[in-house]
Design a protein around this ligand. Structure first.
Ligand code: ATP
Length: 514
């Protein structure tokens, strides 16, 4: 646990030190759970967004993009259910005065039991080696079975309490499980209350009730209210999708996990409109597509898992999360939801407009069903960043910190480094920089020893360093150093662009998803 915390601390300080993520308004002591992206962070974020956008909009002939406004008509949030039901159950510890999400306290307790099971399984795997049968072990080992039963019982009871909106029982579960406040260590809890997560503000000059509007808590509703516009102007035929990326705002109760849970964050969402009755097929299709999208980046497959939702919204047919193993354990990274016709029907009712589709094959009109994929860009940033940051022991006994980002996501693709700041080497360096800059984000650096410059670029994940020395002036060759292997090779200047372009080409990753 302490190790986990240290690792997470290291990640946060690395993100700051190397210009990826800063606390918002830091000179005024910061604003809680709001963050700014620095010179390298903005590039990594942009590249992740581009990877998502291309995989959705460019690679599907039937998906188009949208950029809806953050402010929307207040009735949108009535129709979507957010005004009445976008709540989190909160609970306070009376001694520490700290506020928690009741559901998160219970989920964390379950995660601890899961960790015990995993430890047991790993121990036995190490003992039995290749002959180890994990499924058999899990279904026969008494300790594992006992712990699994504990988890199942908590889940059943918790699910029932949520479904019945029985907040007293949610509190009772916390008490029965003897969950303590991590700060005070006591079980002195308040009752559980519901708390609406939407930020409101007023539009216009007078702040009357009627002028209250909300900062959108998700981007999806901008897609639903534009369904007719896009369908008509894009001449879309079902099945089709609308994709959007943009800011969303939630007044999160517990927001202590860096960019995992922010009050202002960015989402990448796609709503896929389908014929009713085909939802199972498309739900499976998008589950498979989305996990492929993650795995194509080359991050260890073990870090991902699906988690089916315990509590389904009344309209939902099915819902799952893709969870990622963050430094603080497996947590939701992306949601995939089969939403029936709930959203379009509800907006149809509230607006009085017919949000329908005429299906020429069936010769009838219907309200399409929807499969949604929804991922937080900032969470994806944290997933990629945290799993790429490594400390390596080198042969000479020293250590290096390297951010082994997938090269297509790296903020800087290549850096040009004149060995010395004289003898015409900087001029030659600038000449090479100028040849590369139209194709890639390229840096040019003269300051510090070459070793220090290499380390700096290892730490921000730059895939290639190009070094210019006196030989370059004679035979037009440079040394190219690759980030992960640290291998250095002498190549012709004319080859640099080709080598770099091939390695950082996002298309090579996208090809794995097809
Ligand atoms: P959680 O249970 O963690 O609060 P959620 O189930 O409310 O998340 P959704 O409403 O399904 O999340 O939102 C879709 C995605 O948006 C999430 O999978 C997550 O990646 C991202 N997201 C949601 N809330 C936040 C937040 N406060 N900060 C950063 N990303 C968020």
């Amino acid at each position: 646990m302490a190790e986990q915390r240290d690792l997470f601390k290291d990640i946060i300080s690395h993100a700051k030190e190397y210009g990826f993520v800063f606390q918002s308004s830091e000179i005024y002591d910061g604003l809680s759970s709001v963050y700014d992206y620095g010179q390298n962070g903005v590039e990594l974020k942009k590249n992740i967004r581009e990877y998502w956008w291309k995989s959705m909009v460019q690679m599907h002939e039937n998906i188009v993009g949208l950029d809806a406004a953050i402010f929307m008509h207040p009735t949108v949030w009535k129709a979507s259910g957010h005004v009445d039901a976008f709540n989190d159950p909160l609970i306070d510890n009376k001694d520490s005065k700290k506020r928690y999400r009741a559901d998160v306290l219970i989920e964390d307790h379950i995660a601890k039991i899961e960790a015990k099971i995993e430890k047991e399984v790993e121990k036995s795997r190490a003992r039995f080696g290749e002959s180890f049968d994990e499924t058999m072990y899990r279904s026969t080992n008494p300790r594992v079975m006992e712990n699994q039963k504990k988890i199942d019982d908590i889940n059943t009871r918790f699910k029932k309490a949520l479904e019945e909106n029985n907040l007293d029982d949610v509190k009772q579960i916390i008490i029965d499980l003897e969950i303590v406040c991590p700060i005070s260590g006591t079980r002195n809890w308040t009752d559980v209350r519901q708390f609406n997560l939407m930020f409101s503000t007023s539009i216009g000059s007078v702040s009357e009730e009627a002028n209250t509007i909300y900062l959108r808590p998700e981007t999806a509703q901008g897609i639903f209210v534009n369904f007719l516009n896009v369908k008509k102007t894009g001449r879309m035929k079902i099945p089709f999708g609308i994709a959007q990326t943009g800011k969303a705002f939630r007044n999160e109760i517990v927001a202590r996990q860096f960019i995992f849970r922010m009050r202002e964050f960015e989402q990448m969402e796609m709503q896929f409109f389908i014929r009713p009755g085909t939802e199972e097929k498309w739900y499976s299709f998008w589950k498979e597509q989305r996990i492929k999208w993650h795995q194509a980046l080359g991050i260890s497959e073990k870090k991902y898992r699906f988690h089916d939702h315990l509590k389904l919204a009344h309209y939902a047919k099915a819902a799952c999360d893709i969870e990622f193993e963050f430094p603080f354990g497996f947590k939701e990274l992306e949601g995939i939801h089969s939403r029936s016709d709930f959203d379009l029907s509800s907006h149809g009712k509230f607006s009085g407009k017919k949000l329908q589709y005429f299906d020429p094959e069936l010769n009838e009109s219907y309200v399409p069903y929807v499969i949604e994929t929804s991922i937080g860009l900032d969470r994806m940033f944290l997933a990629v960043f945290s799993s790429s940051l490594k400390t390596e022991k080198l042969e000479d006994g020293s250590e290096r910190t390297v951010l082994s980002l997938p090269p297509c996501l790296s903020p800087v693709k290549v850096v040009v480094l004149p060995l010395l700041n004289k003898d015409g080497l900087p001029e030659k360096g600038m000449e090479i920089f100028n040849q590369l800059k139209t194709s890639h984000l390229c840096h040019y650096e003269e300051k510090d020893t070459i070793g220090k410059r290499y380390r700096r670029h290892d730490a921000i994940g730059t895939p290639f360093c190009i070094t210019i020395d006196h030989q370059t002036l004679q035979d037009d060759t440079v040394t190219i150093r690759e980030r992960d292997t640290m291998k250095q090779e002498r190549i012709a200047v004319s080859e640099v662009l080709k080598i770099v372009s091939e390695k950082v080409n996002m298309n090579r990753v996208l090809e794995k998803i097809v």
